[in-house]
Design a protein around this ligand. Structure first.
Ligand code: SF4
Length: 324
């Protein structure tokens, strides 16, 4: 399980701190596909970095922490922010944004696999035996083991993405984090990548966290999802419920703007722009764009609360409805 406790993080710049994620509190469960959605610049990738513990200057955690816990091979484990990197590959792995370009283009893939497998996991075998395991794993994923002899620049973008996913999942980690895994790929390849991720999650019964600005990706494969806006999670719940019955005004407008099969009505975007994170408005950050905003919204930050069973949202109107 990944538990995000009261987490805020910012980027330190010469013009002052930019608070990119603020007061996040939620859980990602074992054995689920969890989506993180939101417009560009809302803090999705920064959140993913804090989940994976890649917190390096200028990014700093201002408060709170992430806790990664669970059980692997019968042994319980628990790591907090600052220690999570000790569990990289084994308990948690990361498929970064533009993953196709993170492979070293001039190093054969077999070396990149060997370098990424923890010494502990290969201590009782020769290099050939380790590579034989990798080849078998690639075959299980319908990838030719011949790719191990290739340099990344010899592969297509879709193939490189598949190889990265194979690399990230080889140690069957409890949690896999994927940042925009289908961006910059054509539609057919995108579908193949999503199918591969779903298949692996089912096989390992682990947790897959997908960050994507594409709501279609979330609709197709996630079980639960969080909607982010301007550095905060503003709604969280079962994906199907969020698409069928969004409760937060931002999610309602986001879902209403999505094209649907057979619906010929004209779609309109959400007017206005997200606020600058360096100088956000007081109160609810969505207030300047929200048709339901009140004076209270413009002065008081709404708390993120459970507004119906399993559904969490940050909105004064919803909190008032349930007497908060
Ligand atoms: Fe709109 Fe107010 Fe709810 Fe913010 S708190 S989403 S401004 S109604």
């Amino acid at each position: 399980m990944l538990k995000v406790e009261n987490l805020s993080a910012s980027y330190q710049t010469i013009d002052g701190d930019v608070h990119v994620i603020k007061d996040l509190d939620f859980e990602i469960r074992d054995n689920e596909i969890f989506g993180i959605a939101g417009e560009s610049g809302c803090g999705k990738t920064t959140l993913l970095k804090t989940l994976y513990d890649i917190v390096e200057f200028p990014l700093v955690i201002d408060q709170g922490k992430v806790i990664l816990s669970g059980e692997k091979n019968g042994k319980p484990f628990s790591y907090e922010s600052g220690q999570i990197r000790k569990s990289w590959w084994n308990n948690i792995s990361y498929v970064p944004q533009a993953a196709q370009s993170v492979l070293n283009p001039i190093v054969r893939l077999k070396k990149q696999f060997l370098d990424s497998i923890p010494a502990e996991d290969k201590k009782n075998e020769t290099e050939e035996q380790t590579l034989a395991r990798v080849a078998k794993y690639l075959e299980d994923l319908s990838l030719s083991p011949d790719v191990l002899e290739s340099y990344p620049f010899q592969l297509s973008g879709g193939m490189r993405q598949r190889v990265i996913i194979a690399l990230a999942t080889f140690m069957s980690p409890n949690v896999v984090l994927a940042d925009e895994p289908t961006t910059a790929l054509d539609v057919v390849v995108q579908r193949g990548i999503l199918m591969m991720l779903m298949r692996l999650q089912k096989q390992f019964k682990n947790t897959l966290v997908i960050v994507s600005h594409d709501m279609g990706v979330h609709y197709q494969i996630t079980n639960r999802m969080a909607i982010m806006y301007s550095g905060s999670v503003i709604e969280l719940g079962d994906t199907e419920d969020i698409f069928n019955d969004p409760v937060h005004p931002y999610t309602q407008m986001l879902v209403a703007a999505l094209p649907r099969v057979g619906d010929k009505s004209q779609k309109v975007g959400i007017p206005g722009r997200p606020p600058a994170l360096k100088n956000p408005p007081p109160g609810c950050r969505f207030a300047p764009r929200c048709p339901k905003a009140t004076d209270r919204c413009r002065s008081e930050v709404p708390k993120f609360r459970e507004v119906k069973p399993g559904r969490f949202a940050a909105c004064h109107l919803l909190n008032e409805e349930v007497g908060l």
